[in-house]
Design a protein. Sequence first.
Length: 402
Amino acid sequence: MTQAFVYDAVRTPRGRGKSDGSLHDVQPIQLLTSVLHELKNRNQLDTALLDDIIMGCVTPIGEQGADIARTAVIEAGYAETVAGVQLNRFCSSGLEAINMAAAYVLSGQFEAVVAGGVESMSRVPIGSDGGALFMNPQIVARHNIIPQGISADLIATKYGFSRADADAFAAESYRRATIAQQENRFGRTLVAIKDELGTTLLDRDEGVRPGTTAESLSKLKPAFEAIGKAGFDALALLKYADLAQINHIHHAGNSSQIVDGAAGLLIGSKEFGEKTGLKPRARIRAFAVIGTEPTIMLTGVVPATQKVLKKAGMQLSDIDLFEVNEAFAAVPLLYMDQLGVDHSRLNVNGGAIALGHPLGATGAILSATLLDELERTGRQTGLATLCVGGGMGVATVFERIN
């Protein structure tokens, strides 16, 4: 039976997604090309063996438009026979690219693919592509579509998570990320970004803030209270009429950071490994996608996990490590609460609250982090999952190859 293996994983550092961020002057094509160069060079890869490059990008306009994946193939000097495609499943796009690549390999139609994603949020602002889901007044009103921050606060209200709960979780994310960075746990995957003169612009994730505590986070003002009072709270409560009000607990310190970054995984068949002499690091055991209620929007990580475990014939207890995207603190809090996952197995090196969420790339970054940690600790199985705008969830199970 054909299997899909992960042979390598590379990512850039995550730079602050602002004009003063270290990667602001780096175009997104440069971020993605750096990933492709590193995968090629360190694996001595004959790129003619690749069928496709599949890259997630959530705002594919301007510098990120015109099928950035194919552009990267050309710019990186890969064989002309390698195709390239950009896809968008919002925040899960990077993981969706990996799952699509695995499906192609499992079908026997493709032999090898580089899959991942890219997002330069400092150069191409989030939401600048518009879209009927969030911009069409009739659709927004008809389906009670609210901003994701309001959805996160709705989750917290409905399921009883307090501001103190969210801040405590966020502080722990910062603590874990600080340790991971100090111990160079991301070293195998990271490729430094340099300018044309070879000067290093960034070689580590820029958003880590050592010393962040729940107490310091408690002083920040809620980020979504004002727009909630402007009408979005009322719109949400039309759907969730059992709630008296929405408690606004999320702010910049317990929500994911806006950052720039790119990542890619080299995925192929057993035969590809035999041709290249590369040893697989892991196999993709199962993947799943699911739709969920679009107003609360961000709960999809739970049913997606349940669905992928069923596909894999596994139980939660069979998973050693979990990577759950920290879009907002309420998302992993809900995950742990509803599935009974202990925090000691979840986001052990911190998450997007402390490290950043470069939309189209995050799913691939989580996957790479998961593989690195499985190898570092000698554990066997890992599950990556992300909530998705519009009410969806995606999940993938990886199994380390000893």
